[in-house]
Design a protein around this ligand. Structure first.
Ligand SMILES: [Ca+2]
Length: 275
Protein backbone atom coordinates (compact mmCIF):
# COMPACT_ATOMS: atom_id res chain seq x y z
CA UNK A 1 0.00 0.00 0.00
CA UNK A 2 2.84 2.27 0.81
CA UNK A 3 4.04 1.89 -2.59
CA UNK A 4 0.87 3.45 -3.88
CA UNK A 5 1.62 6.62 -2.15
CA UNK A 6 4.50 8.19 -3.76
CA UNK A 7 5.81 11.29 -2.54
CA UNK A 8 9.01 12.32 -4.21
CA UNK A 9 10.68 15.17 -2.31
CA UNK A 10 13.16 15.56 -5.07
CA UNK A 11 10.40 16.03 -7.56
CA UNK A 12 8.63 18.47 -5.35
CA UNK A 13 11.84 20.28 -4.75
CA UNK A 14 12.54 20.27 -8.43
CA UNK A 15 9.07 21.44 -9.09
CA UNK A 16 9.42 24.18 -6.58
CA UNK A 17 12.62 25.50 -8.13
CA UNK A 18 11.33 25.01 -11.57
CA UNK A 19 8.15 26.90 -10.85
CA UNK A 20 9.43 29.79 -8.63
CA UNK A 21 12.76 30.80 -10.15
CA UNK A 22 11.70 31.54 -13.77
CA UNK A 23 9.60 34.67 -12.84
CA UNK A 24 12.66 36.24 -11.13
CA UNK A 25 14.89 35.58 -14.09
CA UNK A 26 12.15 36.78 -16.44
CA UNK A 27 11.82 40.09 -14.53
CA UNK A 28 15.53 40.84 -14.66
CA UNK A 29 15.69 39.84 -18.24
CA UNK A 30 12.69 42.04 -19.04
CA UNK A 31 14.22 44.86 -17.12
CA UNK A 32 17.44 44.55 -19.03
CA UNK A 33 15.56 44.10 -22.27
CA UNK A 34 13.59 47.36 -21.81
CA UNK A 35 16.11 49.42 -19.88
CA UNK A 36 18.56 49.71 -22.66
CA UNK A 37 16.12 50.91 -25.35
CA UNK A 38 14.47 53.22 -22.86
CA UNK A 39 17.76 54.71 -21.91
CA UNK A 40 18.67 54.99 -25.55
CA UNK A 41 15.34 56.63 -26.23
CA UNK A 42 15.86 59.09 -23.40
CA UNK A 43 19.35 59.90 -24.63
CA UNK A 44 18.10 60.29 -28.19
CA UNK A 45 15.26 62.47 -26.98
CA UNK A 46 17.67 64.60 -25.02
CA UNK A 47 19.90 64.88 -28.07
CA UNK A 48 16.92 65.82 -30.23
CA UNK A 49 15.86 68.46 -27.70
CA UNK A 50 19.42 69.78 -27.52
CA UNK A 51 19.72 69.80 -31.31
CA UNK A 52 16.35 71.50 -31.61
CA UNK A 53 17.44 74.21 -29.16
CA UNK A 54 20.72 74.58 -30.97
CA UNK A 55 18.92 74.72 -34.32
CA UNK A 56 16.61 77.37 -32.94
CA UNK A 57 19.54 79.56 -31.88
CA UNK A 58 21.28 78.92 -35.24
CA UNK A 59 18.08 79.76 -37.06
CA UNK A 60 17.74 82.98 -35.12
CA UNK A 61 21.31 83.91 -35.98
CA UNK A 62 20.78 83.02 -39.63
CA UNK A 63 17.62 85.13 -39.69
CA UNK A 64 19.53 88.03 -38.15
CA UNK A 65 22.33 87.64 -40.70
CA UNK A 66 19.75 87.46 -43.47
CA UNK A 67 18.20 90.69 -42.21
CA UNK A 68 21.63 92.33 -42.14
CA UNK A 69 22.33 91.14 -45.67
CA UNK A 70 18.99 92.55 -46.83
CA UNK A 71 19.84 95.92 -45.29
CA UNK A 72 23.31 95.85 -46.86
CA UNK A 73 21.81 94.97 -50.24
CA UNK A 74 19.40 97.89 -50.02
CA UNK A 75 22.22 100.20 -48.96
CA UNK A 76 24.41 98.92 -51.80
CA UNK A 77 21.57 99.40 -54.24
CA UNK A 78 21.07 102.98 -53.04
CA UNK A 79 24.81 103.63 -53.31
CA UNK A 80 24.88 102.26 -56.84
CA UNK A 81 21.95 104.51 -57.74
CA UNK A 82 23.70 107.54 -56.25
CA UNK A 83 26.90 106.63 -58.08
CA UNK A 84 24.98 106.33 -61.31
CA UNK A 85 23.30 109.70 -60.71
CA UNK A 86 26.66 111.30 -59.88
CA UNK A 87 28.18 109.87 -63.03
CA UNK A 88 25.32 111.27 -65.10
CA UNK A 89 25.74 114.68 -63.41
CA UNK A 90 29.48 114.63 -64.10
CA UNK A 91 28.83 113.81 -67.75
CA UNK A 92 26.32 116.67 -67.93
CA UNK A 93 28.80 119.09 -66.35
CA UNK A 94 31.58 117.89 -68.63
CA UNK A 95 29.33 118.45 -71.62
CA UNK A 96 28.44 121.95 -70.33
CA UNK A 97 32.12 122.77 -69.77
CA UNK A 98 32.96 121.58 -73.29
CA UNK A 99 30.21 123.76 -74.72
CA UNK A 100 31.29 126.77 -72.64
CA UNK A 101 34.89 126.19 -73.65
CA UNK A 102 33.88 126.47 -77.27
CA UNK A 103 31.90 129.62 -76.48
CA UNK A 104 34.78 131.15 -74.51
CA UNK A 105 37.17 130.29 -77.31
CA UNK A 106 34.85 132.06 -79.77
CA UNK A 107 34.62 135.10 -77.49
CA UNK A 108 38.40 135.16 -77.06
CA UNK A 109 38.90 135.03 -80.83
CA UNK A 110 36.34 137.80 -81.29
CA UNK A 111 38.09 139.96 -78.66
CA UNK A 112 41.43 139.30 -80.30
CA UNK A 113 40.00 140.38 -83.64
CA UNK A 114 38.55 143.50 -82.00
CA UNK A 115 41.93 144.26 -80.42
CA UNK A 116 43.58 143.84 -83.79
CA UNK A 117 40.97 146.11 -85.34
CA UNK A 118 41.52 148.71 -82.58
CA UNK A 119 45.27 148.59 -83.15
CA UNK A 120 44.72 148.93 -86.90
CA UNK A 121 42.37 151.84 -86.27
CA UNK A 122 45.04 153.67 -84.21
CA UNK A 123 47.65 152.93 -86.86
CA UNK A 124 45.39 154.25 -89.60
CA UNK A 125 44.73 157.41 -87.55
CA UNK A 126 48.46 157.94 -87.10
CA UNK A 127 49.13 157.34 -90.79
CA UNK A 128 46.38 159.75 -91.72
CA UNK A 129 47.94 162.29 -89.33
CA UNK A 130 51.34 161.79 -90.96
CA UNK A 131 49.78 162.12 -94.42
CA UNK A 132 48.15 165.40 -93.42
CA UNK A 133 51.50 166.56 -92.07
CA UNK A 134 53.11 165.84 -95.45
CA UNK A 135 50.26 167.51 -97.33
CA UNK A 136 50.56 170.61 -95.06
CA UNK A 137 54.29 170.85 -95.69
CA UNK A 138 55.35 169.62 -92.24
CA UNK A 139 52.66 171.03 -89.97
CA UNK A 140 50.51 168.23 -88.51
CA UNK A 141 46.75 168.45 -88.34
CA UNK A 142 44.87 168.75 -85.04
CA UNK A 143 44.03 165.62 -83.01
CA UNK A 144 46.85 163.47 -84.31
CA UNK A 145 49.22 161.30 -82.27
CA UNK A 146 52.55 159.86 -83.41
CA UNK A 147 52.79 156.17 -84.25
CA UNK A 148 52.92 154.07 -81.05
CA UNK A 149 51.06 156.73 -79.02
CA UNK A 150 47.45 156.41 -77.90
CA UNK A 151 45.09 159.40 -78.17
CA UNK A 152 42.70 160.27 -75.34
CA UNK A 153 40.96 163.62 -75.12
CA UNK A 154 43.44 166.29 -76.12
CA UNK A 155 46.47 164.17 -75.16
CA UNK A 156 48.63 161.43 -76.65
CA UNK A 157 49.98 158.79 -74.25
CA UNK A 158 53.04 156.61 -74.63
CA UNK A 159 53.07 153.43 -72.49
CA UNK A 160 56.64 152.21 -72.30
CA UNK A 161 57.77 148.60 -72.65
CA UNK A 162 61.08 149.28 -70.86
CA UNK A 163 61.68 150.07 -67.17
CA UNK A 164 63.60 153.11 -65.91
CA UNK A 165 64.05 155.09 -62.69
CA UNK A 166 61.68 158.04 -62.26
CA UNK A 167 64.39 160.56 -63.29
CA UNK A 168 65.47 158.47 -66.32
CA UNK A 169 61.83 158.15 -67.37
CA UNK A 170 61.37 161.92 -66.99
CA UNK A 171 64.38 162.54 -69.23
CA UNK A 172 63.28 159.96 -71.82
CA UNK A 173 59.83 161.51 -72.10
CA UNK A 174 61.44 164.91 -72.46
CA UNK A 175 63.57 163.56 -75.34
CA UNK A 176 60.31 162.65 -77.12
CA UNK A 177 58.90 166.17 -76.71
CA UNK A 178 56.61 165.02 -73.89
CA UNK A 179 56.57 164.71 -70.11
CA UNK A 180 55.69 162.11 -67.50
CA UNK A 181 51.89 162.01 -67.42
CA UNK A 182 49.92 164.67 -65.56
CA UNK A 183 46.44 163.38 -64.75
CA UNK A 184 43.85 166.07 -64.06
CA UNK A 185 40.42 164.92 -65.21
CA UNK A 186 38.55 161.72 -64.38
CA UNK A 187 38.83 160.85 -68.09
CA UNK A 188 42.63 161.03 -67.80
CA UNK A 189 42.60 158.73 -64.73
CA UNK A 190 40.19 156.26 -66.30
CA UNK A 191 42.21 156.08 -69.50
CA UNK A 192 45.62 155.42 -67.90
CA UNK A 193 44.11 153.06 -65.28
CA UNK A 194 43.03 150.76 -68.09
CA UNK A 195 46.71 150.34 -69.00
CA UNK A 196 47.91 149.75 -65.43
CA UNK A 197 46.34 146.33 -64.95
CA UNK A 198 49.58 144.34 -65.18
CA UNK A 199 52.43 146.79 -64.50
CA UNK A 200 53.48 149.58 -62.16
CA UNK A 201 53.78 152.83 -64.13
CA UNK A 202 55.61 156.03 -63.23
CA UNK A 203 53.63 159.24 -63.69
CA UNK A 204 54.74 162.85 -63.32
CA UNK A 205 53.96 163.23 -59.58
CA UNK A 206 56.61 163.75 -56.88
CA UNK A 207 57.30 165.50 -53.57
CA UNK A 208 61.06 165.33 -54.05
CA UNK A 209 61.59 169.02 -54.81
CA UNK A 210 59.67 170.76 -52.02
CA UNK A 211 58.45 167.97 -49.74
CA UNK A 212 54.93 168.60 -51.02
CA UNK A 213 53.30 166.59 -53.77
CA UNK A 214 53.34 168.43 -57.11
CA UNK A 215 53.08 167.62 -60.78
CA UNK A 216 56.20 167.50 -62.90
CA UNK A 217 55.46 170.96 -64.33
CA UNK A 218 55.48 172.27 -60.71
CA UNK A 219 51.73 172.79 -60.51
CA UNK A 220 50.49 171.83 -57.03
CA UNK A 221 48.79 168.50 -56.51
CA UNK A 222 45.48 168.57 -54.61
CA UNK A 223 45.50 165.51 -52.36
CA UNK A 224 42.71 163.08 -53.20
CA UNK A 225 42.89 159.99 -50.94
CA UNK A 226 40.48 158.14 -53.24
CA UNK A 227 43.24 157.99 -55.83
CA UNK A 228 45.74 156.39 -53.43
CA UNK A 229 46.01 152.87 -52.08
CA UNK A 230 45.09 152.52 -48.38
CA UNK A 231 47.82 153.92 -46.12
CA UNK A 232 49.65 155.63 -49.00
CA UNK A 233 51.63 157.78 -49.45
CA UNK A 234 53.65 156.52 -46.47
CA UNK A 235 57.13 157.99 -47.29
CA UNK A 236 58.59 154.61 -46.26
CA UNK A 237 62.24 154.65 -45.18
CA UNK A 238 62.83 150.90 -45.02
CA UNK A 239 63.29 150.46 -48.76
CA UNK A 240 67.09 149.95 -48.57
CA UNK A 241 67.57 151.85 -51.85
CA UNK A 242 69.72 154.72 -50.64
CA UNK A 243 69.00 158.06 -48.96
CA UNK A 244 65.58 159.62 -48.71
CA UNK A 245 62.12 158.20 -48.45
CA UNK A 246 59.62 157.41 -51.16
CA UNK A 247 59.33 160.65 -53.16
CA UNK A 248 57.87 159.48 -56.50
CA UNK A 249 54.36 158.30 -57.28
CA UNK A 250 53.37 155.45 -59.57
CA UNK A 251 50.16 153.78 -60.66
CA UNK A 252 49.67 150.41 -58.96
CA UNK A 253 48.16 147.58 -61.01
CA UNK A 254 44.73 148.42 -59.54
CA UNK A 255 44.93 151.95 -60.99
CA UNK A 256 45.56 153.63 -57.61
CA UNK A 257 48.67 155.51 -56.48
CA UNK A 258 51.59 154.52 -54.25
CA UNK A 259 54.82 156.31 -53.45
CA UNK A 260 58.14 154.53 -54.09
CA UNK A 261 61.83 155.40 -53.93
CA UNK A 262 62.57 157.28 -57.16
CA UNK A 263 65.46 154.96 -58.08
CA UNK A 264 63.07 152.03 -58.53
CA UNK A 265 62.94 150.93 -62.15
CA UNK A 266 59.39 150.82 -63.50
CA UNK A 267 57.58 151.24 -66.78
CA UNK A 268 56.29 154.77 -67.33
CA UNK A 269 53.72 156.93 -69.15
CA UNK A 270 54.70 159.87 -71.32
CA UNK A 271 52.09 162.45 -72.29
CA UNK A 272 51.94 165.12 -74.94
CA UNK A 273 49.25 167.18 -76.55
CA UNK A 274 47.72 166.03 -79.77
CA UNK A 275 49.04 167.85 -82.77
CA1 LIG B 1 54.68 153.76 -50.33
Amino acid sequence: MTTEFHDDPEDESSSFWNKERPPVLLSVSRYRRWACPALTTVVLFALIVALAASNSRTWNRLWSVDQDLSIMNRSLSNTEQMSSDSQKEMMRLKFAVENNKDTLSSVSQALQQLSTLDSLKRTVASLRCSLQQIMNNGSQGAGCCPLGWDPSGSSCYYFSKDSLSWHEARDHCSSMESQLAILVSDEDWDFVSQHATRNFLWIGLSDERTGKWEWINHTPYVMNRRRWRPGQPDSWLGHGLGTGDEDCAHLHNDGRLNDLHCSTRLRYICQRHTQ
